[in-house]
Design a protein around this ligand. Structure first.
Ligand SMILES: [Zn+2]
Length: 255
């Protein structure tokens, strides 16, 4: 069964609605299990919603665990606001979270809070946690900008989420063996960049969908949409290799 390295719960814009829609752990876990997804890495978009505090995110994470058990690997989406609420990242002591997610367009960590970000990565290094970054060709979240972090923290495993753009991401992955990348939002047309990858880079490609973000743009049936993603992925990538990459990213290389 496919493992999806990029899934969300929480409030998110939904096509045709004025108010954000709440994607509950129950709903997300239900849709994905109907689509035959084995394991997921999931983080909550509620990190970006003012008024939702750490305590609410912990409650939601407990519900996710109840619904999906060990199949859901939860990453704490660390916004600047949530960091200020808990600078020692004591939420990690709950045992609910296996990694962190940061998003430069939501909190400008690289451009405005670099010292805090370096401190967060030092904690991730100490706790051997993987970290997922929103990656896009924009200041502070381009693959080239983020590569400086991967080089500074070689023991931390990074997911440069979205594979955006492919050629720059591949170049960084060739240089930094601790960089993985999920293919969420990669268009089928961009798959042509794939044959240029060395086997070592291919071993760090993660299947990811950004589910349910697509529902902000379209009202497509989720199961049909999901099956198409899996099919397109399978036409280019080796399924077993992607599952190995998923676990290597989460757990590191086993001794
Ligand atoms: Zn996402």
């Amino acid at each position: 069964m496919i493992c999806d390295a990029h899934v969300h719960v929480g409030y998110y814009t939904r096509f045709g609605r004025d108010e954000p829609f709440y994607w509950s752990p129950r709903k997300v876990a239900g849709v994905l299990s109907r689509c035959g997804v084995g394991e997921i890495i999931v983080s909550s978009t509620n990190a970006q919603v003012a008024g939702i505090a750490r305590v609410d995110i912990l409650r939601e994470a407990r519900e996710m665990r109840l619904r999906a058990g060990a199949a859901a690997h939860q990453f704490y989406w660390l916004s600047g606001r949530l960091y200020d609420e808990d600078r020692n990242l004591s939420f990690l002591d709950t045992g609910l979270f296996e990694g962190l997610k940061v998003h430069e367009l939501e909190t400008p960590w690289m451009q405005r809070r670099k010292d805090d970000l370096l401190r967060v990565l030092a904690i991730a290094e100490e706790r051997r946690l993987p970290v997922m970054f929103h990656c896009a060709p924009l200041p502070g979240c381009s693959a080239a900008d983020l590569a400086t972090l991967a080089e500074r923290f070689p023991a931390v495993r990074f997911n440069f989420a979205h594979f955006n753009p492919p050629d720059e991401t591949i170049a960084v992955m060739e240089r930094c063996p601790n960089v993985f990348a999920d293919i969420s939002t990669l268009r089928t047309a961009d798959f042509q960049a794939i044959p240029a990858m060395t086997p070592a880079v291919m071993d760090r490609i993660l299947f990811g969908t950004d589910f349910p973000a697509m529902h902000a743009r379209t009202n497509v049936g989720l199961a049909a949409w999901y099956r198409k993603q899996v099919e397109q992925f399978a036409s280019v990538f080796d399924h077993d290799r992607a599952i190995r990459a998923f676990h290597a990213f989460l757990e590191g290389q086993r001794a």
